[in-house]
Design a protein around this ligand. Structure first.
Ligand code: NAP
Length: 297
């Protein structure tokens, strides 16, 4: 039935991804499968547009009446400047990964944080009143911290090496402290004891660094499983490989272990909802995504 509705027609609308590079992205698979399953007359394509061509690419998409689009780093900051309106979370971070084209009026959103919260809830976690330790202060970590604080977490303790990301997290925490009552702490990886202490007081441990990803798959910022305990939710937002060393340690320690798939699909589901007003069927989309990640090896 859905197949009948999935022919490209004279009314098919466009969504897509802007950035450079974009060829590795799983978003076309996620979004097109959701359009197909729900019989929505829309397609998602990848457009390699470097920073210099971003304004022209956006102008082109507006002229073509695209429903909306995503963008990747490093374009998320520039995209925020190109939007006429930002939702409060995107405004807080001055970073946009999803744009809705409302008849030429561009509204910018940031959906990574909401994707993480969807993933947390699907693992049985409740952000309200929770305490979380976050490894990392890059773009994904900042989105997670912003959304989690706005959703009522009691305390978030972030660990990162000192440098540009550390400073950007410090600035975000300063802005967030005016909007939320969450206790926000930022430390470097100076001592393992501070990390152990923070995890022991947390309900959730999130790895938002790239440590454990791809060729670094045997790397892990947690020295051993004595840092973990049953009942702790351990979320590694890496999705390739599907099981990182951190997640193996978490499973051995009796924690609830969650990989990056529910967040990746969750952030896409938020974009999908913004463009179509409909809920993405996340179960079958996640299954297809896992199959594709296994196939790519
Ligand atoms: P990013 O902005 O470049 O941040 C990278 C982070 O990793 C920084 O905090 C960086 O710390 C840290 N890091 C890298 N190597 C490290 C090392 N050897 N030791 C300690 N920290 C290290 O990247 P991002 O966009 O935030 O992405 C981070 C990870 O999340 C990637 O693996 C990405 O694939 C994944 N991700 C997943 C989703 C999802 O939906 N599941 C969404 C977005 C991102 P320094 O500041 O010290 O360099």
């Amino acid at each position: 039935m859905a197949e009948d509705h999935f022919r490209i027609s004279g009314t098919t609308r466009l969504t897509g991804l802007l950035g450079s590079p974009v060829s590795h992205s799983f978003s076309p698979l996620i979004q097109n499968e959701a359009f197909r399953l729900l019989g929505i007359d829309c397609r998602y394509l990848c457009f390699a547009a470097d920073e210099a061509h971003l304004p022209a690419a956006v102008q082109g998409l507006v002229a073509l009446q695209a429903a909306g689009w995503n963008c990747t780093m490093p374009d998320k900051y520039r995209m925020a400047e190109l939007c006429e309106e930002l939702d409060p979370e995107a405004a807080l971070m001055q970073s946009v990964n999803t744009v809705k084209n409302d008849g030429g009026h561009l509204i910018g959103y940031s959906t990574d944080g909401a994707g993480f919260l969807r993933s947390l809830r699907s693992a049985g976690g409740n952000p309200a009143g929770a305490r979380m330790t976050v490894l990392g202060a890059g773009g994904a970590a900042r989105a997670i911290v912003a959304r989690a604080a706005l959703e009522g977490m009691e305390c978030i303790h972030v660990f990162n090496r000192r440098g540009a990301h550390f400073t950007q997290m410090e600035e975000l925490m300063r802005r967030l402290s005016k909007k939320s009552t969450c206790r926000l702490i930022l430390s470097d990886f100076g001592s393992f004891e501070a990390l152990r202490d923070s995890i022991s007081q947390s309900n959730i441990l999130a790895n938002a660094t790239s440590v454990g990803m791809g060729v670094q798959s045997e790397a892990c910022l947690i020295p051993d499983r004595s840092f973990l305990r049953p009942g702790l939710i351990v979320s590694d937002i890496i999705y390739h490989p599907l099981q990182t060393k951190l997640l193996r340690l978490a499973a051995q320690a009796g924690c609830t272990a969650v990989n990056g798939i529910p967040m990746l699909v969750g952030q896409g589901a938020e974009s999908f909802r913004i463009w179509t007003g409909q809920e993405m069927p996340v179960g079958p989309v996640s299954a297809l995504l896992e199959e594709e990640i296994r196939r790519r090896g």
